[in-house]
Write a protein that binds this ligand. Structure first.
Ligand code: NDP
Length: 502
């Protein structure tokens, strides 16, 4: 607005014609009716009707900022990615934070995982790490994703959030227990986006200059320190400021207090992966730090709030398929599913040419034979050949970028039970470790209070069954945890548990 006034720019139609009247529609006489020929009225109303694009089906409420990533440690022994070729290398980044289950207007302080999606604009192409503030997830097979998310959204009849749906699903899917405990701890209600860690969550791979592959997990550790709301504090903030996390990020950057995260990796060799106690590609498990220590890599700093929210944040599109030379996929089934679904979601939401939107556009080389499609806004390849192979152009594949072949563990295709792989059926050891080892006594009390508050919302004819089944999972992780939750819910264990086994 200030700029407009200063430069006194002329108001124009979308086609660039300056015009005189922006507030009054052309009419017959002072009282009307209106003339159809006032096309500026049509243009204004029609554009307004089309302002909303589909909100993301998950992670709809979010905020983002630009910044820089700087390499501080040498990891060339693991990867040939150019960004990591030298200490001191930097690249521009865009980071979008979000909540997961709520709509675009929902409160930032809801109990929910937080999205942590980073786009690194590297000379190898854009590299996206699309993770959460938690190292694990609720499910390990993407076929369950839509079912799971339905339980986090609104109940079909009442259009209300339903603790019954959530706990029904969790109780019937014990693999969710690890993430449920993290969600129900105070890390489920972070004070703000600046005060939480980020994780790739998935296992990825790194490939070195000799084409040797290791498995890798990425961790972003907040330099602001972990800070969470307790359950009651989060409820208060929801009533006071629905946009608290967004405001906190914008205010911090605007006052020059740039938030930073240390990027670290865990590395596992292919050989180690064969002897790991759990399936290293199971998204419901972590790699214990004691066995796979964090290795320093670099520092990410956010230092610029985009000048327009819709243009940059709402239209930002991250995809786990965006990996770069020297960093690759793993057999993690959830990752494999997301490789497909993220780009698909963007094509639906933003159109087939979404990678041309400035926030998504690779600032370095992009050459291919994709042509046309809605909202093609670049030169569409000009007069260059639009097919390959051809005898005229110079856009050719480079065999130097070939990834090393994968040795697969089996050649038998089947619908394997999701708990069938060795180490896949232990849903309780790591949640128990979290409860006993990572949480302080105060954290445990808050965890139990939060679980009891959340489970108290279960209603309906299956209430007892759902509560008892979920209690079994808590007991199997840790007896004290099970006892505390049962006590908080007022469950008579003598009555409840025998029923469970009958
Ligand atoms: P360590 O004892 O080496 O470290 C504990 C980890 O737990 C730290 O990363 C800590 O994060 C994190 N933590 C503390 N409180 C919570 C919470 N409420 N929710 C989630 N994470 C929390 O752990 P191990 O590697 O031996 O693993 C023990 C348990 O810790 C695991 O079963 C897992 O549940 C949890 N954990 C493990 C991670 C891993 O990658 N190994 C990562 C995160 C959690 P911080 O350093 O920021 O305080």
């Amino acid at each position: 607005m200030e700029e407009n006034k200063k430069t006194n720019r002329k108001l124009t139609t979308a086609s660039g014609r300056p015009y005189a009247e922006h507030e009054n529609t052309q009419s017959v006489g002072r009282r009307g009716p209106l003339l159809l020929q006032d096309f500026i009225l049509h243009e204004k109303m029609a554009h307004f009707n089309r302002e909303r694009i589909p909100e993301r089906v998950v992670h709809a409420k979010g905020t983002g900022a630009y910044g820089t990533f700087k390499v501080t440690h040498d990891i060339t022994q693991y990867t040939k990615a150019k960004i990591f070729s030298k200490i001191g290398n930097t690249c521009k980044v865009f980071l979008r934070f979000s909540t997961v289950g709520g709509e675009k207007g929902s409160a930032d302080s809801e109990r929910d995982p937080r999205g942590f999606a980073v786009k690194f604009y590297t000379e190898d192409g854009n590299w996206d790490l699309v993770g959460n503030n938690t190292p694990v997830f609720f499910i390990k097979d993407p076929k369950k994703f839509s079912d799971f998310i339905h339980t986090q959204k609104r109940e079909p009849r009442t259009n209300l959030k339903s603790p019954t749906m959530m706990w029904d699903f969790w109780s019937l899917n014990p693999e969710s227990l690890h993430q449920v405990l993290i969600l129900m701890s105070d890390r489920g209600t972070p004070f703000s986006y600046r005060h939480m860690d980020g994780f790739s969550s998935h296992t990825y791979s790194m490939i070195d200059k000799d084409n040797q592959r290791v498995w890798v997990k990425f961790h972003f550790k907040t330099q602001q320190g972990i800070k969470n709301f307790t359950g009651p504090e989060a409820d208060q903030m929801r009533a006071k400021d629905m946009d608290h996390s967004q405001r906190d990020l914008v205010d911090a950057i605007d006052r020059g207090d740039f938030p930073k995260w240390s990027l670290k990796i865990q590395v596992m060799t292919e050989q180690q992966s064969k002897n790991f106690r759990w399936n290293p590609f199971d998204l419901t498990k972590v790699w214990p730090h004691g066995d796979y220590p964090l290795i320093d890599v670099g520092v990410l700093e956010l230092n610029q709030v985009p000048r327009n929210y819709f243009a940059h944040v709402e239209q930002s599109a991250f995809a786990p398929s965006n990996q770069i030379d020297g960093i690759g996929f793993s057999p993690d089934k959830m990752l494999q599913g997301r490789i497909l679904s993220y780009a698909d979601a963007h094509r639906h939401r933003l159109g087939v040419n979404y990678e041309q939107i400035p926030v998504n556009k690779c600032p370095f080389m992009v050459n291919n034979y994709h042509r046309d499609g809605q909202m093609r806004v670049d030169d569409n390849g000009n007069e260059d050949p639009n097919y390959y192979p051809n005898s005229f152009g110079d856009v050719i594949p480079d065999p130097a970028y070939k990834e090393p072949a994968w040795e697969l563990e089996s050649n038998i295709a089947d619908w394997y039970d999701r708990n069938a792989a060795p180490g896949d059926d232990d849903h309780y050891t790591q949640p128990g470790d979290l409860y006993r080892k990572a949480l302080s006594p105060e954290d445990r009390t808050h965890l139990v209070n939060n679980i009891v508050a959340a489970m108290s919302g279960i209603t309906g004819p299956r209430k007892e069954q759902i509560i008892n089944l979920q209690l079994c999972h808590f007991f199997r992780a840790d007896i004290q945890l099970g006892m505390s939750v049962a006590k908080g819910l007022g469950v008579d264990l003598d009555k409840a548990m025998p029923k469970q086994h009958s």
